[in-house]
Ligand binder design. Structure first.
Ligand SMILES: Nc1nc2c(ncn2[C@@H]2O[C@H](COP(=O)(O)OP(=O)(O)OP(=O)(O)O)[C@@H](O)[C@H]2O)c(=O)[nH]1
Ligand SMILES: [Mg+2]
Length: 682
């Protein structure tokens, strides 16, 4: 039986890396009896971190789906990875839900990842509930975290729960909405609410007042009565809060300890009350004019079960064994059994109703980002806005002959994760695997081996240098071979001129009086273009050159296209040497987000990478640094940033333009090139 859309809550669990999202999902499942014991990250026993690679690294690497029942509602939880390398999954998760549960560390407060996800949740206009976790840890401080939340995320964030005690003496939480308390179950099921301990009475009253202030702010009628000094009853406040939260006018801040299952009872209440149902909010992605529509937000490439697609029903009811159209591939997909996922486990269902999340296995071509419709019609596919990969490695199979297998397996991994990209660099000829971080690419490599049995090696990629010229030059070349029979004769004079910005190529035919017949002139051009593919400095392609073909001569019998091609290439090489050739390198624009206290280290480091600072934007403890940095210097930045910021930094970059390489650096590149050439000869 499908669930009524009004009784469903879809929640993406997001936040910075390692703040306890997966542990919290586990606690919620445990509290509601979906699992019988509270699994742990350390034991590799949580429902939503089920992959071997996740166990090995003790972190989430992809989104995982779970569900539970509370107060007669079905809550779907999408446990998203916090690491920026895997943010593609978090981005997609935020597109299929009505609400986001932001988990924060009580020690760290708001972090780079929190702010970034918050921005995305704002764009999607989601209801948001916050949970300050890890309050049992040393140096955890709920009120400090709360201050960072209201300063850096939104002033509309307001505490609804308070800790009783702190750090290792934390004994429970107070719920100032329902004016009750929960004592720490220390890993057991949380019991029913109890009375607020006497020593907490004043603080509870103070925060109750703050909560009321925030709530009446959103409700005029209530505000009037409140100002007149009338007592507002609990049900009224709860209902006004509920409305405000569902509309995104108030963001309640809860707290607790995921690993002890403290705070889950009150949190579940908040999710049911605060997150709007699909019936209330309407589909997060609009598809016009169709009866049934589902959106695939995640694809899992499993070598045994085949491909599994996780989807959200946008409209209508998806039935098992239905034939649905995929407008991207213009093909029909026959659905097999439908599944409701609980981590890696599933139960079969006959149908998945509107607003619900489900899964289906073994579709032929459907992948992340696709929609499935009851009938084919042109639709604009929702743009998930995945960021561009920021770093690339050259990838080669360890065993010769595995190239094809490597490519097909990587293509399957890319279906699962569109931010993992395999492409061939036309210039360097290398296969490049690009991803969002070094770890992201390395996890891809682990999966290649584990799932597809392909062993590969990663190397830093070659920098796609270019070459160009800085002044005009002229050369004359004659290619002549006359040794019995038909000979070869080509002869030309050319002038090279630099083009603006070191880009482009122009060929100007300025031959007068037919000193080279019309039919041979294109051959000169061709010869030059071939010579330009590999410049003399570092074997890099030459650009930014205008060639004028100004003079030449020919022989009625011996001249041929081939001879003029060779003459053109010879002339170019001569002229190039005289034209003050220069090496060009790609410059990247880099945007780095780091905690304020790392800005000094990061800027110093950029300086040593020949970076140019473009600007800095501090915002509530986190600074965005923009800079231009040569690609050659930033190939392995991921590791350095992690060590400079203790894993709290994040960056992305894109290609900007080519620039001349400073001569002392160019010297080294050229030396390396000639050494390589020597070695190749041996
Ligand atoms: N002391 C304490 N440790 C916690 C708490 N919650 C989680 N942890 C620990 O923190 C670590 C990270 O927990 P996860 O649940 O994997 O965090 P996450 O946010 O899912 O991490 P990613 O998905 O990788 O971003 C694990 O070692 C947990 O045992 C908590 O409330 N208190
Ligand atoms: Mg996790």
């Amino acid at each position: 039986m499908a669930h009524e859309p009004g009784k469903i809550r879809n929640v993406a669990v997001v936040g910075h890396r390692g703040v306890g999202k997966t542990s919290l999902v586990e606690a919620l499942l445990f509290q509601t009896g979906m699992v019988n014991r509270l699994g742990t990250i350390e034991g590799g026993t949580t429902v939503t971190d089920w992959d071997d690679d996740e166990h090995k690294r003790q972190m989430s690497l992809s989104s995982s789906l779970a569900h539970l029942e509370w107060q007669g509602r079905k809550i779907n939880l999408v446990d998203a990875p916090g690491d920026p390398g895997f943010q593609g999954d978090a981005i997609a998760a935020l597109r299929v839900v009505e609400g986001a549960l932001f988990v924060l560390s009580g020690v760290m407060g708001v972090e780079v990842g929190t702010s970034r996800q918050w921005g995305r949740a704002s764009e999607a206009d989601l209801a948001r509930v916050l949970f300050v976790n890890m309050l049992d840890r040393e140096r955890a401080d709920f009120f400090r975290a709360l201050a960072s939340i209201s300063e850096q995320l939104s002033e509309k964030c307001v505490a609804v729960h308070l800790p009783i005690g702190s750090e290792h003496e934390l004994t429970g939480i107070v719920d100032v909405l329902h004016m009750c308390a929960y004592m720490s179950p220390e890993g057991d099921k949380e019991g029913d609410p109890v009375e607020i301990p006497a020593e907490m009475a004043d603080q509870a009253a103070e925060y109750r007042e703050k909560l009321l202030d925030a709530v009446v702010e959103t409700d005029e009628a209530l505000m009037e009565r409140y100002l007149e000094g009338q007592e507002l009853d609990a049900a009224e406040v709860a209902s006004a809060l509920k409305t405000a939260v569902t509309r995104g006018e108030v963001f309640p801040v809860a707290c607790g300890v995921a690993t002890k299952n403290l705070g889950t009872h009150a949190l579940l209440d908040l999710l049911v009350e605060g997150v709007p149902s699909p019936a209330k909010k309407g589909a997060p992605i609009e598809i016009e004019g169709t009866g049934t529509a589902a959106f695939v937000f995640k694809t899992i490439a499993d070598p045994f079960a085949g491909r599994i697609n996780l989807f959200r029903v946008l409209k209508g009811t998806v039935k098992g064994d239905a034939n649905l159209a995929n407008p991207r591939t213009h093909s029909k997909e026959r659905l097999g059994a439908l599944m409701v996922m609980q981590g890696k486990e599933h139960t079969n269902e006959n149908e998945i109703g509107e607003g619900d999340l489900g899964a289906v296995a073994k579709l032929k071509e459907t992948q992340t980002g696709d929609v499935l419709l009851d009938q084919e019609q042109p639709v604009e596919l929702p743009n998930l806005g995945f960021p561009e990969p920021v770093m690339s490695f050259a990838i080669t199979p360890k065993a010769k002959g595995d190239e094809e297998k490597m490519a097909t397996s990587l293509r399957r991994l890319a279906e699962e994760d569109p931010t993992l990209l395999l492409r061939r660099d036309e210039q360097t000829g290398e296969q490049l695997l690009s991803g969002m971080s070094q770890m992201h690419v390395e996890v891809g490599v682990d999966r290649l081996k584990r799932r597809f049995g392909v062993d590969v090696e990663l190397h830093p990629p070659r920098v796609p240098y270019q070459e160009s010229i800085r002044k005009e030059s002229r050369a004359h070349a004659r290619y002549k071979k006359q040794t019995g029979g038909r000979g070869q004769f080509g002869d030309c004079s050319i002038v090279l001129e630099p083009l603006e910005g070191h880009t482009g190529y122009e060929f100007k035919d300025e031959i007068v009086g037919g000193v080279i017949p019309q039919s041979f002139r294109p051959a000169v051009d061709k010869g030059i273009q071939e010579a330009m593919l590999s410049g003399e400095l570092a074997g890099a392609p030459v650009s930014g050159v205008r060639v004028r073909l100004v003079d030449g001569s020919y022989h009625t019998v011996d001249s041929s296209e081939m001879a003029f091609k060779i003459a053109g290439s010879m002339a170019f090489k001569q002229a190039y040497e005289a034209a003050d050739p220069v090496l060009l390198e790609p410059i990247m624009e880099v945007e780095i987000t780091v905690p304020d206290d790392s800005v000094g280290a990061v800027n110093g480091d950029l300086n040593s990478r020949r970076g140019r600072l473009l600007g800095m934007e501090p915002k509530g403890g986190i600074t965005t640094v923009k800079a231009e940095v040569p690609m050659a210097e930033i190939l392995t930045y991921s590791q350095s940033l992690t060590s400079m910021t203790g894993g709290r930094g994040d960056y992305h970059m894109h290609f900007l333009r080519y620039e001349e390489v400073p001569s002392h650096v160019a010297q080294k590149v050229m030396e390396a090139f000639s050494k390589e050439k020597e070695e190749a000869k041996v």
